[in-house]
Design a protein around this ligand. Structure first.
Ligand SMILES: [Zn+2]
Length: 225
């Protein structure tokens, strides 16, 4: 069972030629027992690895992903069903399922988050909530229209993303384009973070070998958009 505090992030430091993750910086390296930090070497200074999860209710105008049941850190096993939604400007999450459209003010506190607009896009932000309410009123999102695989939470959220793109005169994104460019890099990073958290929870430390390191670097590169 993982403590919710792991959502606050981890610390990574270098010692013995390896990268070591822990909750907080230890006095001594768990491998060799020598002091963990030598002040002389800046490039080996410890860094904080921020949690990839955000409180969706504090993320306005964003696409959110969370497990359908439970939370990422406690319940996600890499294959669990995921559910998605879109926030309005005040952090209410709009989402669609077999019982129709819902507007949640709680329950999305640990999400993978994809911001949909730049904070400087004032004109769009002013219209955002009206657009969202208008789209939700469409008959497309009646409960009877729900299909588990082809007309679901993702269909609703992506239709709204495309509505916003169209309003800005930008190209539409297919499901696979949006998923590969924006969702998968973040869910992969989240899965890696969860697996490191589980190791740290079990052993207090996680020592990363070189192949893991290269994988994480390539994922971090994907996050820049
Ligand atoms: Zn060491």
């Amino acid at each position: 069972m993982l403590s919710f505090d792991l959502g606050k992030g981890l610390v990574k430091f270098k010692h013995c030629g390896k990268e070591i993750f822990s909750y907080s910086l230890p006095q001594n390296c768990p491998i060799c027992g020598q002091p963990a930090v030598s002040s002389s070497n800046l490039k080996d200074a410890p860094v904080t690895i921020p949690s990839p999860f955000v409180n969706g209710h504090k993320a306005s105008c964003s696409f959110l992903v969370k497990p359908t049941e439970g939370t990422f850190l406690r319940d996600y096993d890499g294959n669990s069903d995921l559910h998605v939604g879109v926030t309005n400007t005040t952090g209410t999450v709009y989402h669609y399922n077999q019982t129709g459209i819902h507007r949640d003010d709680v329950g999305w506190e640990q999400c993978v988050c994809i911001p949909l607009i730049q904070p400087s896009t004032y004109g769009l932000i002013n219209q955002w909530d009206r657009y969202l309410d208008e789209r939700c009123a469409s008959e497309a999102w009646l409960p009877c229209r729900y299909e588990e695989h082809c007309h679901n939470c993702y269909t609703f959220a992506l239709a709204f993303v495309n509505y916003i793109l169209a309003a800005q005169g930008r190209n539409q994104l297919s499901k696979s384009e949006f998923t590969e460019r924006f969702v998968l890099p973040r869910t992969r990073r989240a899965s890696k973070y969860i697996s490191i958290c589980k190791e740290v929870a079990a052993n207090n430390f996680y020592v990363l070998d070189c192949s893991d390191l290269e994988e994480m670097k390539s994922q971090e590169a994907n996050l820049v958009y």
